[in-house]
Design a binder for this molecule. Structure first.
Ligand SMILES: *Cc1c(COP(=O)(O)O)cnc(C)c1O
Length: 300
């Protein structure tokens, strides 16, 4: 199991009147990548043999695609990324040149062409006698969820938190942690904070991920009140959570961790009692923060 530090946060604990810890998955090996490192390492380990080529998809600036390219380069296998988004955005140039330096090939397509594009790339490579693995977007895979269930169990058993807050996107991280909680003696309440999807759309993939771990009776709490209107959008609540984090030495971003931290702050006001032990599961997002600074030219 990949280890990351569980870090006590003295200033924020004092400020909020709770015992606050961060699980620093933002500093797993491979810079700027966060929870995708844990999910993708498990995904690659789940293959009986390494393929010649991996194919996956995501936004140009996707942490998942970047990490896939890193891992493929590290293992000496080819990666093809089917990307969507605006290639002329200033931060896109940086993201694309990093993918290129890792030796990945890319195609930028319209969202409705993603599926066919992946199938074509995979079919062509297989036609050339190559073995291919297609990884679903965001690494929303059983191996990814199982990896989070395993690390969640170990961290929850050691720390015995009362609450856990985590950014929830495609759902494997949240689903894995929710499953972990179901398997420990003293289960924390795991709050998955939506970074994009409404409750209606977002709950099912989390339940699916929890089911992949083989755990039954999993409680899924998916809160969509902090999504700020959707993926990559930031409101005042997100921005002030990000500022508070940075000012106390906890690096946050507006796309993912800032939303989860905004939820933590709101729950502390409404729900979390004084002195409670709270674990903020830090999933990464540094690259997203830097991209936002590049685009806006300020620190909002
Ligand atoms: C992808 C990502 C998430 C969401 O993880 P899922 O397993 O897709 O829900 C959260 N935080 C960061 C920084 C991410 O890159």
């Amino acid at each position: 199991m990949m280890q990351s530090p569980t870090e006590y946060l003295p200033r924020l604990s004092q400020e909020l009147g709770i015992e606050l810890y961060a699980q620093r998955d933002d500093v797993l090996p491979f810079p700027l990548a966060g929870n995708k490192v844990r999910k993708l390492a498990a995904e690659f380990e789940s293959y009986a043999a390494l393929p010649d080529l991996v194919v996956t998809n995501g936004a140009i600036d996707s942490n998942h695609c970047r990490t896939t390219a890193f891992m493929a380069a590290h293992k000496g296998i080819a990666a093809h990324l089917v990307l969507h988004g605006d290639g002329s955005d200033p931060s896109a140039g940086t993201a694309l040149s990093m993918l290129e330096s890792l030796g990945a090939t890319v195609s930028i397509v319209e969202p409705q062409q993603i599926r066919t594009s992946i199938e074509e790339v995979a079919a062509t490579a297989r036609g050339d006698g190559k073995s291919v693995e297609v990884i679903s977007g965001g690494c929303h895979t059983p191996a990814g969820a199982i990896a989070y269930a395993a690390v969640g169990r170990s961290v929850f058993e050691d720390l015995k938190p009362d609450y856990v807050f985590v950014a929830s996107g495609t759902g494997a991280t949240h689903g894995g942690l929710a499953a972990a909680a179901a398997g420990v003696d003293r289960p924390p309440r795991v709050v998955g904070v939506s970074v994009a999807r409404t409750q209606e759309r977002g709950t099912k993939p989390v339940l699916e991920a929890a089911a992949w771990t083989g755990t039954s009776d999993v409680q899924v709490e998916f809160d969509d009140r902090f999504r700020a209107g959707g993926y990559g959008l930031v409101d005042d609540t997100t921005a002030s959570a990000v500022r508070l984090g940075w000012s106390c030495g906890l690096p946050l971003d507006g796309t993912y961790t800032g939303k989860a931290f905004a939820a933590l702050l709101a729950y502390r006001r409404e729900d979390v009692p004084t002195g409670a032990r709270v674990l903020f599961w830090h999933t990464g997002g540094m690259w997203n923060h830097i991209s936002r600074l590049t685009r806006s030219g300020n620190h909002g």
